[in-house]
Design a protein around this ligand. Structure first.
Ligand SMILES: [Zn+2]
Length: 85
């Protein structure tokens, strides 16, 4: 079992339906409700196509992490500002 993050994509419409992080599926905000299942395997929420896993590029992941860090920093900054005023 590895902690490699995967992007879960549809073979037919190439929509990203979610991400597999630490072995858990995080559904994409664009996919509301549970993924339709056929034959025990989850399917695309848009077209019902087969899904495949694509390892997330490390640089892409680094960018995502940076975004989160940036969000946290700006939130902390806002809190500081509201305290100062
Ligand atoms: Zn699809």
């Amino acid at each position: 079992m590895t902690n490699t993050p995967y992007s879960v994509r549809c073979l037919l419409c190439s929509t990203e339906v979610g991400q597999l992080l630490n072995g858990r599926l995080r559904r994409h905000p664009g996919c509301t409700g549970p993924l339709p299942r056929r034959g025990g395997a989850p399917r695309c929420c848009h077209c019902g196509g087969s899904l495949y896993l694509e390892p997330i590029d490390r640089t892409e992941l680094a960018l995502l992490t940076q975004e989160v860090m940036h969000e946290r920093t700006s939130q902390a900054e806002q809190r500081r500002r509201s305290h100062a005023s």
